[in-house]
Design a protein around this ligand. Structure first.
Ligand code: NAD
Length: 416
């Protein structure tokens, strides 16, 4: 299912959890759908003076546990509303599994940011904010960066929002640059959280990861920091990296710092010296200890799952594994650290950012790291214990923990 509809995947994953939890019909049906979705059409002036029309989305999936929260993706193939719905559903389970008092949301614009100048990006960011501002607020719904969106884009959007309401509201968006109220530690938080989850997984599996190999699919925010922190914190040896232009492999090891510098300088990893070019598909099938899927949805499917040889798949991307692939990985003893657990570090530090913005007093990097570690470790243990108790895999266990929490909040509110 390389083109599996991510929202159908998300609903099917929920259905399974709902059946195991014995959810009543109304609660189950409520959790299958977003509470609010908005589609906006954005006319934006390009640098040549022509007006181009962009399509944008914002979905508030479930706000029973708190204001909805979730990133904004700028991508040409982002699949429209159904992809945003799926990502918003996963955000709902993510905030619940790490037990932060937020719901789940997501947004996006269909565009190719690589074709836009800085000024065009700024006009697009501001146009999007003008269109969706009325459904956003620290107390309603708070966006953040995702694929191809950056702290600079968050800064423009925050400025547009504050201009519209005529007050300072830095907490209306997270992932901002630090001088504008961003949090220390937000930049690498997604990967750091994943590495903490991986550290805990290695403990329960009785594995020492020092000197073992890792391959990284997707070399943006999540993937680059996974390379650096996997090497620094766990002693993993980076052997392969891919991005949208290609993949490279060196079984003797690639220096993570040099790889990141090369990517930042050249835009693509493909011609990195001292490494063999391989296909993006081959990277996923390498015989490595840890694979970090860190690009987009549907990377591991029923077609390639039986050839995946890693021992642990630490899913930093959202939805990288289709339903049928999940089953095959489980049968083949691949220990999958599911996306909304493994990549929850980003939203956790975004939440810390919101907290700091609200009381207008900022934490040290050490404090952010300590609190992130505590949240992620606790989340891992809760999910692992559930998987042992219910004899289910880690994804199913994460769903049981998260869906039960959201269902409980819906019931306490008297919605169902
Ligand atoms: P990014 O835009 O910084 O990087 C995306 C990377 O993926 C780029 O290097 C791109 O070249 C690469 N890519 C795209 N298609 C590819 C393909 N077919 N094969 C290999 N590489 C490919 O995005 P990001 O923020 O790192 O997000 C990556 C994933 O992590 C997404 O699924 C996102 O939803 C998820 N995620 C990100 C955050 C965050 O805080 N940034 C938090 C949670 C989850």
């Amino acid at each position: 299912m390389p083109n599996a509809n991510p929202f159908k995947t998300a609903q099917a994953q929920l259905d399974e959890a709902a059946a195991r939890l014995g959810l009543d019909e109304a609660t189950h049906e409520l959790l299958r759908w977003p509470q609010l979705e908005v589609k906006v059409t954005l006319p934006v002036e390009m640098d040549d003076g022509k007006i181009k029309i962009f399509h944008g989305y914002r979905v508030q999936y479930n706000g029973a546990r708190g204001p909805t929260k979730g990133g904004l993706r700028w991508h040409s193939g982002q699949g429209g509303m159904d992809t945003v719905r799926a990502l918003a559903a996963w955000m709902t389970w993510k905030t619940a599994v790490v037990d932060i008092p937020l719901g789940g949301g997501k947004g996006g614009i269909t565009c190719n940011p690589k074709e836009l100048s800085g000024r065009e990006k700024q006009r697009l960011a501001r146009a999007y904010m003008r269109a969706v501002a009325k459904i956003l607020a620290v107390t309603k719904d708070v966006p953040a960066p995702d694929v191809y969106t950056t702290p600079q884009i968050m800064a423009w959007m925050m400025d547009e929002y504050e201009t519209l309401v005529g007050e300072h509201h830095p907490g209306v968006i997270t992932g901002k640059p630090i001088p504008l109220g961003g949090s220390e530690g937000r930049g690498d938080a997604t990967a750091r959280g994943g590495v903490i989850i991986l550290r805990e997984a290695a403990k329960v599996l009785g594995m020492d990861l020092n000197g073992k190999t890792m391959a990284i699919q997707g070399f943006g925010n999540a993937g680059q920091f996974a390379a650096l922190l996997g090497q620094e914190i766990l002693g993993l040896k980076l052997v392969a990296v891919s991005d949208s232009c290609g993949a490279v492999y060196n079984p003797r090891g690639l220096d993570a710092r040099k790889m990141v510098d090369y990517k930042l300088r050249n835009g693509c990893v493909g011609d990195f010296p001292d490494a063999e070019g391989i296909s993006n598909a081959d990277l996923l099938e390498l015989d490595v200890t840890v694979l970090f899927p860190s690009a987009l949805e549907n990377a591991i499917t029923g077609e390639n799952a039986s050839r995946i040889k890693c021992r642990i798949s630490c899913e930093l991307a959202n939805g990288p594994t289709t339903l049928d692939a999940d089953e095959i990985l489980h049968q083949n003893n691949v220990f999958v650290l599911p996306d909304f657990l493994a990549n929850a570090g980003g939203v956790t530090v975004s939440y810390f950012e919101q907290v700091q913005n609200t009381y207008n007093y900022y934490w040290s990097l050490d404090m952010v790291h300590e609190r992130l570690d505590e949240k992620m470790t606790r989340a891992f243990r809760g999910v692992y214990e559930m998987s042992r108790r219910e004899q289910v895999n880690m994804r199913q266990a994460a769903y049981l923990v998260a869906v039960a929490r959201v269902a409980e909040a819906c019931k306490l509110r008297g919605w169902v």
